[in-house]
Design a protein around this ligand. Structure first.
Ligand SMILES: Nc1ncnc2c1ncn2[C@@H]1O[C@H](COP(=O)(O)OP(=O)(O)OP(=O)(O)O)[C@@H](O)[C@H]1O
Ligand SMILES: [Mg+2]
Length: 254
């Protein structure tokens, strides 16, 4: 089995990178072989594995620009059963160079397909926009996971995101499916956040994950120690929540 999951939301700071790290680490702990792919020139995912986005090479920059470089060709060891395809800061300018290439929307898809290595899950972290890199992730993926911050304004960005996603499904990638919408940064005991989750439930029904990710500073501190929350503080609320999410994802895709 190989599942390719894109984690996307054009809104910044909603928990995309945190979800990629912690879902990846949880699935690896369950015994799956996982690759996480950094498609964001900010390189937050890359840095959380201890690699410097200003120095790391080869990276997704080279992979996206050179069709001879496969995903397997840029992987670095991270943790047990968990490898990372790092991003370099040059990915930002690479996106413009990519604009001129004829197969610009399919580069990532081909790089994943060409890797002989056998992974169970490839999880792609995307930048906070719907540019060409995010389009590559949506073309490469079979599944889309959308983290949504549990506040009313953040929730309103989901509709335009889905309109773009379905456009890509209709025009380029008919296999793309909504794996689920994930409420993130849920403040315990907040009536406002509870109302937002209820509203999301009414819209997305069983495509809203049962798990919500709580606000927990362990999520913010763990990357500084170059760890996933489950390794940094295994009993923290955020680690527990991401383990539950991994169970849901594994059940849904079995
Ligand atoms: N559950 C949480 N509790 C507390 N802080 C969190 C939680 N999840 C993420 N954070 C923190 O919030 C900030 C934004 O999270 P993250 O980087 O995962 O979002 P993002 O959507 O990837 O952002 P960007 O769009 O800039 O790439 C980070 O500082 C992160 O550590
Ligand atoms: Mg991010």
């Amino acid at each position: 089995m190989r599942r390719v999951i894109a984690v996307a939301n054009q809104k910044g700071g909603v928990g995309k990178t945190t979800t990629v790290i912690n879902l990846g680490a949880s699935l690896a702990a369950m015994g799956y072989r996982v690759v996480v792919v950094d498609l964001d020139s900010q390189g937050a995912l890359t840095a959380s594995f201890g690699y410097n986005p200003y120095e790391v090479r080869p990276s997704t920059t080279e992979m996206m620009l050179d069709s001879n470089i496969t995903l397997a060709g840029i992987l670095r060891g991270g943790r047990e059963r968990l490898d990372v395809a790092p991003a370099s800061s040059e990915l930002l300018s690479a996106e413009y160079r990519l604009l001129k290439q004829p197969d610009r929307t399919h580069r990532l898809r081909h790089a994943i397909e060409a890797s002989k290595d056998d992974f169970d899950f490839v999880i792609i972290d995307t930048p906070p926009n719907l540019g060409l890199l995010t389009v590559n992730a949506l073309v490469a993926a079979g599944e889309l996971l959308i983290p949504v911050k549990t506040d009313y304004l953040a929730m309103r960005g989901v509709r335009p995101l889905l309109e773009s996603v379905w456009l890509i499904r209709d025009k380029i990638n008919p296999e793309l499916d909504l794996l689920g919408v994930l409420p993130t940064m849920y403040p315990a005991g907040s009536d406002h956040a509870t109302a937002v989750v209820e509203e999301l439930r009414a819209v997305f029904k069983n495509r809203l994950f049962r798990t919500s990710i709580p606000v927990d500073e362990a999520a913010a501190i763990a990357p500084v120690a170059r760890k996933a929350a489950m390794d940094f503080k295994p009993d923290s609320p955020v680690a527990t929540a991401y383990r539950r999410l991994a169970e849901e994802v594994s059940d849904a895709l079995r």
